[in-house]
Design a protein around this ligand. Structure first.
Ligand SMILES: [Zn+2]
Length: 429
């Protein structure tokens, strides 16, 4: 015992700190098994798992019902709350907070699956550790008026945007070539600034009939399956967006870095499972979207689009700058989608009113608005993770010195964000 204490002290860890860590390792195991247990009730819940296979089997055998899961999650929360964390270092304390919030989210999702009603904002707070901002119609009217100036002409703004975007659709037979070129470039750029885990790899698949446009399925051992939904025509901006968001330095890299630093490096097995409806998703989606700007800042993206992707897709590169200026204005309108979700899920608006709002302010065609409503119904308050997540990650990275003019520092700060137990509330400035 003495030797152990002496050894721990020489490592700068107190015996109590080790005790608290042991307790958290146990809680972590139980938490992973509860997440796996949720998979039986919610097919979308377990987004990735590459921990011990035995735990998966154990969860299957246990076949816990929701009430039992809620009860067990409550016990874990209590254990965490009662744990003396005073001797833990900063990372240990952050782990404690991380487990606390992830379990809070698990409880909320299990309660919702059991029929408990939650407003959009309650769901955002309990599942994603964030209070989403609210914007009124005037806000979107002003943004739409800016876009009106950029896209003058007859008919509604939505119709004009739709017609304009048609000029930038990637012909289906060129899709794979364009995507592969974008992914290769994103990977090369990321590899220049981050040490990617050795042997990291991915495969790309084209699928149909999904509620999303792209998806990264992380398989462990730094391997991902990236799926692209071809239900709707795909415009050229989606190539770099998707390459970065799903791949480099987005989801694929985030998962691989967590595996390397948290799971392999520290043995913190709570990171071997990724529950979709949890605070981790705000970090995941926010960083995946912001990662586009990190890998392809402003003019660099324009140059790559002009010189490589537009010619590969057989599109006229003369339109590059204008197209991306317009797309940036459209991005600002994406918060209109959050208001649609808030009002639809709270029951304030019916289906027709929500679709009309999505057409008028998020500028979706009616078809796409219908698809978006399907996404909202399935993923609910999850929608905030993309735009709010992106804006929160961007503000945080900038505040840490990773501003657009400090490229090397930006990559360093961004890598730090992707490598540890970061929570949305940690990003608040
Ligand atoms: Zn994503």
């Amino acid at each position: 015992m003495f030797t152990l204490v002496a050894m721990l002290l020489s490592l700068g860890i107190s015996a109590d700190g080790a005790g608290a860590m042991d307790a958290m390792n146990e809680i972590s195991q139980d938490y992973v098994k509860l997440v796996l247990g949720m998979g039986r009730h919610d097919a979308d819940y377990v987004d990735a798992y590459y921990g011990p296979e035995e735990w998966r089997k154990e969860a299957e055998r246990a076949a816990l019902d929701l009430a039992t899961i809620i009860g067990k999650a409550g016990e874990l929360s209590k254990k965490l709350a009662e744990l003396d964390t005073s001797s833990l270092d900063a990372m240990g304390k952050q782990r404690h907070l991380y487990l606390t919030k992830q379990i809070k989210a698990l409880t909320a999702r299990a309660e919702w699956l059991s029929g408990k009603k939650m407003t959009f904002d309650q769901e955002a707070e309990r599942l994603y550790d964030v209070k989403p901002p609210e914007f009124g119609e005037d806000h979107f009217k002003k943004l739409a008026a800016e876009l009106e100036k950029a896209l003058p002409g007859e008919g509604s703004l939505t119709t004009r945007l739709e017609a304009y975007r048609k000029r930038f659709i990637i012909p289906p037979d060129k899709l794979d070539k364009v995507f592969k070129a974008a992914i290769e470039e994103a990977r090369e750029r990321t590899g220049r600034h981050m040490e990617l885990p050795s042997g990291e790899s991915f495969v790309v698949e084209y699928v149909t009939d999904k509620a999303w446009s792209g998806y990264n399925w992380y398989k462990g051992k730094a391997h991902s399956l990236i799926q692209v939904n071809t239900d709707f025509p795909i415009t050229i901006d989606r190539a770099v967006d998707l390459a970065c968001h799903e791949g480099y330095p987005g989801h694929h890299v985030y998962n691989a870095l967590l595996e390397k630093h948290m799971v392999t490096g520290r043995g913190w097995l709570e990171f071997s499972v990724y529950p979709l409806f949890s605070p981790q998703s705000l970090i995941a989606e926010g960083s995946a979207n912001f990662g586009i700007d990190v890998a392809f800042p402003g003019e660099e993206r324009m140059a790559f689009e002009r010189e490589v992707l537009f010619p590969l897709a057989g599109l006229d590169p003369a339109g590059v700058d204008e197209y991306y200026r317009i797309m940036e204005l459209v991005r600002k309108l994406s918060y209109a989608g959050n208001e649609a979700a808030r009002n639809y899920l709270n029951g304030t608006w019916d289906r027709e009113k929500t679709i009309q709002w999505l057409v008028d302010y998020a500028l979706f065609s009616r078809d796409r608005a219908g698809q978006r409503l399907k996404f909202i119904s399935k993923y609910r308050a999850y929608v905030i993770n993309y735009n709010l997540g992106q804006d929160m990650v961007a503000a945080w990275v900038n505040a840490q010195g990773g501003t657009a003019d400090q490229s090397a520092e930006r990559w360093k700060v961004f890598e730090r964000l992707l490598s540890g137990p970061m929570l949305p509330s940690n990003l608040e400035l």
